[in-house]
Design a protein around this ligand. Structure first.
Ligand code: AMP
Ligand code: MG
Length: 480
């Protein structure tokens, strides 16, 4: 095994983590391994026996150079502050690729840690496979995301409402440092500890800021941009994260924690899938506002480094946080223009976009497929688009396209680069998981293959392209 570990986080003081020995599992069995990602990480498991791989991806064998830790963090969960930490995850180490890119290798569902509170530290097969397929789908949609390297069954039952098969996901991330990591350290009220974290993050993720005059302020600025880019991407494809607590927001700008997330079918800005999100805090349309709220919590942690005078520091941080609205609006508008193939800027563009979204909402149109219809793709025709109001809107859109002063080929190419032709439809995910639970991975692997090429026309996949109306009231669960 050619792991190349260099565990910088575990060298930080014990404030930030607990060392841990992963608990051996009873009967490891490899379910899936992501061969593309294995290669991208410059790993080579080709000569390794399947049983050894199963032992590896359940933590029964720890690779040389690894050093398992559970990371400490806190977080605002649905607005309430709590001390948390890796309650069912262990970071086995940081692997360096040939190009010196650093990736956390983490097991999720590998047993109790010092941060488990009342949990059992375990995870079930269904939710781990769900994270695997959705995180990989996000990656192939060109959206920054943690990745999934493997899923292995533990051969143990875990108790939820019913007994379920235990499993471990190997998650790969450019780091697992969260807004909540800063909140954890800030809550301890020791400036020197916070400074260690700040410098560590800058060195690891934003080395351009090493010589900055005000690292904290610059980091805040950079993270605002990163997180806006991320949420704009989510809005682009209709992704609803579902549990945007501050502990589930990374400092790297990658999507993390695929619990109750799902993709919107019918366009409705208030869409919520998570069964516990009764107030719709994390609804589709609230995601930008929550991103800003989370960034404000991040800014609070940085106050001691922004200015020695606390009032001045708060003022500077507030000013930066208040740039969020305008920046978001600009980036969202740019993204929506691209979805509609609009080149240049016309001051009526926003109305044109909002008119389409309003029509989609009123007519219960499918978000993904409406853009596919506008790209003139077969398979996406629907009686719905004969509607007079849609046709009127389309006329205005075609008028606006004339202002592009460019060929149809060019603007269609642009549209094709941002409008997915296929998304992980809820019924397909559920069906794949149900079959996988009975050891039939065929539907799962087929869906995974299709989701690897979301912008390409694929033959014979028409039943992957439409929502199943019996999933109209689909609900998701945190899957703990
Ligand atoms: P999440 O909702 O997955 O973001 O998790 C929130 C917190 O609960 C984190 O600190 C997790 O580590 C912890 N947690 C979730 N599930 C379990 C579990 N089965 N056992 C122990 N801790 C858990
Ligand atoms: Mg989490």
């Amino acid at each position: 095994m050619n792991w190349n570990f260099d565990n910088s986080y575990s060298r930080l003081s014990d404030v930030f983590k607990e060392h841990i020995e992963p608990i051996a599992v009873k009967n490891p069995e490899l379910v899936l391994m992501n061969k593309d990602l294995v290669e991208e990480l410059n790993l080579d498991f080709s000569k390794i026996d399947k049983n050894v791989l199963a032992a590896l991806f359940t933590g029964n064998i720890l690779p040389e150079g690894s050093n398992a830790i559970a990371q400490a963090y806190a977080g605002h969960q649905f607005g309430h502050f709590t001390m948390l930490g890796d309650g069912r995850a262990v970071l086995i180490g940081e692997h360096l690729t040939k190009n010196n890119e650093r990736y956390d290798i983490q097991f999720k569902g590998s047993g109790k840690t010092a941060f488990s509170r009342n949990g059992d530290g375990r995870a079930a097969l269904g939710p781990m496979l769900r994270e695997y397929i959705i995180s990989e789908a996000m990656h192939h949609l060109n959206i920054p995301s943690t990745r999934s390297l493997a899923v292995a069954k533990t051969g143990e039952e875990i108790m939820r409402e019913t007994p379920l098969q235990g499993a471990i996901l190997t998650r790969v991330a450019s780091s697992h440092i969260r807004v909540g990591t800063f909140q954890y350290v800030a809550a301890r009220n020791k400036k020197d500890e916070l400074e260690i974290l700040l410098n560590y993050v800058i060195k690891r993720h934003y080395p351009k800021l090493i010589n900055s005059n005000n690292k904290a302020l610059d980091l805040l600025n950079v993270l605002i941009d990163k997180q806006i880019d991320l949420v704009v991407n989510w809005m682009r494809v209709g992704f609803i994260h579902g549990v945007m607590n501050t502990d589930n927001m990374t400092i790297s700008g990658e999507t993390i924690d695929y619990g109750p997330c799902a993709f919107m079918d019918t366009y409705d800005p208030k869409t919520v899938f998570s069964s516990i999100d009764k107030m719709g805090r994390y609804a589709y349309c609230n995601q930008p506002a929550i991103t800003k709220w989370n960034l404000s919590r991040f800014a609070e942690c940085l106050i001691p480094f922004i200015d020695q005078d606390e009032n001045k520091a708060v003022k500077s941080a507030t000013e930066i946080i208040e740039t969020f609205g305008k920046k978001y609006e600009e980036k969202w508008l740019k993204m929506m223009r691209t979805k509609l193939g609009l080149l240049g800027e016309d001051n009526k563009d926003k109305f044109l976009i909002v008119d389409l979204l309003t029509w989609m909402h009123q007519n219960k149109a499918d978000y993904t497929n409406t853009f596919c219809h506008l790209m003139n793709l077969k398979d996406y025709d629907d009686e719905l688009y004969k509607d007079d109001n849609f046709q009127k809107w389309k006329k205005n859109w075609l008028e606006r396209l004339k202002l592009n002063n460019n060929t149809q080929e060019n603007y269609t190419k642009l549209m094709r680069s941002v409008n997915p032709l296929v998304i992980p439809r809820n019924h397909k995910i559920e069906n794949a998981l149900e079959k996988a639970n009975d050891s039939n991975l065929k539907p799962f692997n087929k869906l995974l293959e299709i989701l690897k090429a979301p912008y390409e026309l694929q033959e014979n996949i028409s039943d992957y392209l439409k929502m199943d109306t019996s999933f109209k009231d689909y609900k998701t669960f945190c899957g703990t």
